[in-house]
Design a protein around this ligand. Structure first.
Ligand code: CP
Ligand code: NVA
Length: 312
């Protein structure tokens, strides 16, 4: 199977998602049995983070270690990048040392720039436009609970039209599920992402729908998903967002309108009492801890697929 060069958008692996998900499930079973393969033996992955992270950083570090490699955490503040060295120069130098670069950036344009100059694969660990690794883990979680079947299952998104929703739109459209996203009118997903998702949906049979009413999206849904009202980098808009997102909350009342066996997703960190209540997050419908664990297995499958080869 052909390997993608980089994972900047989840659409870079749209065709490969079924096989990556199957491999992630296999890696999960192998790890439980203490038999993780080590295809990254002797290889090093650099991880540049411009923003904080609990799950992405830890699951990548542990995942690289499981696969037999070594992960090198590089806070952008500690790199010369923080003092003005260019992304292009950083990419060219790091490519002489390491076999892949995981990058959490403020700007998607910087991901593209890094990938342009790096001669090793670049993996997007979240930026302002997308969060592709998160969505591979989310799809793995849905696949487990829906016994491998996306078709005919409907996911409801409640909240911001942000990076996570963008990758989710593309990811669900690629695998052929249904997604209804309820966002405030001023916080809808970007039109070019919606258009790309619609194009993938035409091929897969997925249904993508955008609405503004959380109740409409949640009714009879098979799963509910939300994310913070204020993403990293959006802090200056915090006050306006807290007004706009009032009512965009997953609580027991909303969960009660979904399908009887519906489960709840959140990429975390959660702002309890804002986009989700304690009762839901700590209750039996929450799939969020499995979802967080699946970051590890999903990323191992991504690393295994992208890394063993030098790009140029
Ligand atoms: N969901 C997620 O990416 O979490 P972190 O910001 O903790 O990595
Ligand atoms: N949308 C959130 C996701 C955090 C994992 C953010 O970008 O901050």
């Amino acid at each position: 199977m052909e390997r993608p060069d980089d994972l900047l958008s989840i659409s870079d692996i749209a065709d490969q998602l079924p096989s990556i998900l199957a491999r992630a499930a296999a890696l999960k079973r192998l790890r439980a049995g203490g038999r993780s393969p080590t295809p990254l033996r002797g290889r090093t992955v650099a991880m540049i983070f411009e923003k904080p992270s609990t799950r992405t950083r830890t699951s990548f570090e542990v995942g690289v270690h499981d696969l037999g490699g070594r992960a090198l955490f590089l806070s952008s503040n500690d790199l010369q990048l923080g003092r003005g060295e260019t992304i292009a120069d950083t990419a060219r130098v790091l490519s002489r040392y390491v076999d892949g670069i995981v990058y959490r950036a403020f700007r998607h344009a910087d991901e593209v720039e890094l990938a342009r100059w790096a001669t090793v694969p670049v993996i997007n660990a979240l930026d302002d436009l997308e969060h592709p690794c998160q969505i591979v883990a989310d799809l793995l979680t849905m696949r487990e609970r829906w016994r491998g079947k996306f078709r005919g299952h409907r996911l409801a998104w409640i909240g911001d039209g942000n990076n996570v929703l963008h990758s989710l739109l593309l990811g669900i459209a690629a695998v052929g599920g249904d997604l209804v996203a309820a966002t405030p009118p001023a916080y809808a997903p970007r039109p070019e992402i919606v258009a790309a998702a619609q194009a993938l949906a035409r091929r897969s049979g997925a249904k993508i729908e955008l609405v503004h009413d959380p109740a409409e999206a949640a009714r009879d849904a098979d799963a509910l998903y939300t994310d913070v009202w204020v993403s990293m980098g959006d802090e200056a808009e915090s006050a306006a967002r807290h007004v706009a997102f009032r009512g965009y909350q997953i609580n027991d009342r909303l969960v009660g309108t979904a399908a009887p066996d519906a489960f709840v997703l959140h990429d975390l960190p959660a702002h309890r009492g804002e986009e989700i209540t304690d009762e839901v997050l700590d209750g039996p419908r929450a799939a969020v801890w499995d979802q967080a664990e699946n970051r590890l297995h999903a990323q191992k499958a991504i690393l295994e697929r992208l890394l063993p080869r030098r790009r140029r």
